[in-house]
Design a protein around this ligand. Structure first.
Ligand code: NDP
Length: 246
């Protein structure tokens, strides 16, 4: 039997693909996984590697691009992806009555469809490898709800069903599938919010502050680690207590 801390599962031998790893939360996750000893490949639309990381071009809404990205990773590393972090995401907020088909379709297709396409492709190599980590970046909004974010919330709560279904399909093959649900995180997205709104949000967060990208990265890093080998189908909130109970 392979123990969770056997050499085969140590970070040094593992290849991690982080979608949307070129900036924001994805970049912090990429750097944390690299720090933990993974060989990290960033999947991003430009294919340009940030901060000394390696990158492959990836458009998560296109199956052909997903296949090409995974093939490119294998060419670079000589092996399959062992850790997939499905982080790429967009938001197109609008009140329900004004929500256009395009805003609905593009958000679902990127956040939910994109994650499924990448997980589907990653699972092939993981099944052969007999181990793997699938980590889906959801949001507190997926379970808590948020006015004006019906499309985004649907895409993010959908990831919970995805991770739990994969856990049931592939749990016996050494593959785990988990969700992280960040709350308000200090990123370019939240930086642009008006100060009075930020104050209101902070008052609702038990921790009294927004989180950092490094705090999200630390949680992902744990779920990717050998120490998390018996955790699957879980939803880990990183939200300062905002969504507790949900
Ligand atoms: P950013 O907007 O900074 O980054 C989004 C990333 O997704 C970019 O790398 C972007 O690539 C990539 N991306 C978007 N669409 C596609 C696509 N079709 N194909 C490939 N890559 C794509 O977001 P954040 O870092 O703030 O968020 C990262 C994740 O965390 C998202 O899933 C988001 O929903 C989630 N999240 C964020 C929170 C926050 O407070 N910021 C809170 C909760 C969850 P490109 O550079 O090419 O545009």
């Amino acid at each position: 039997m392979t123990s969770p801390t056997s050499p085969a599962l140590r970070g040094a031998e593992r290849t991690a693909l982080v979608t949307g790893g070129n900036r924001g939360i994805g970049l912090a996750i990429s750097l944390a996984l690299r720090e933990a000893g993974c060989r990290v490949i960033v999947g991003c639309r430009s294919g340009a590697a940030p901060q000394g990381l390696e990158a492959v071009p990836l458009e998560v809404t296109q199956t052909a691009s997903v296949d090409a990205a995974f093939d490119a990773v294998t060419q670079l590393t000589g092996g399959p992806v062992e850790v997939l972090v499905a982080n790429a995401g967009i938001a197109k907020d609008q009140l329900l009555m004004r929500l256009s088909d395009d805003d609905l379709d593009s958000v679902l297709d990127t956040n939910l469809g994109g994650a499924i396409r990448c997980a589907r492709r990653a699972s092939k190599g993981m099944i052969r490898l007999k181990r793997g980590r699938l980590i889906f970046v959801s949001s507190v909004v997926g379970l808590y709800g948020s006015a004006g974010q019906v499309n985004y919330a649907a895409s993010k709560s959908g990831l919970v069903g995805v991770a739990r279904s994969i856990s049931r399909e592939l749990g016996g093959r050494g593959i785990t599938a988990n969700v992280v649900a960040p709350g308000f995180i200090d990123t370019a997205m939240t930086e642009g919010l008006p100060e009075d709104l930020k104050k209101k949000y902070r008052a609702a967060i038990p921790a009294g502050r927004f989180g950092t990208v490094d705090e999200v990265a630390a949680a992902v890093n744990f779920l990717a680690s050998p120490q998390a080998s018996y955790i699957t189908g879980a939803v880990l909130p990183i939200d300062g207590g905002l969504g507790m109970g949900n």
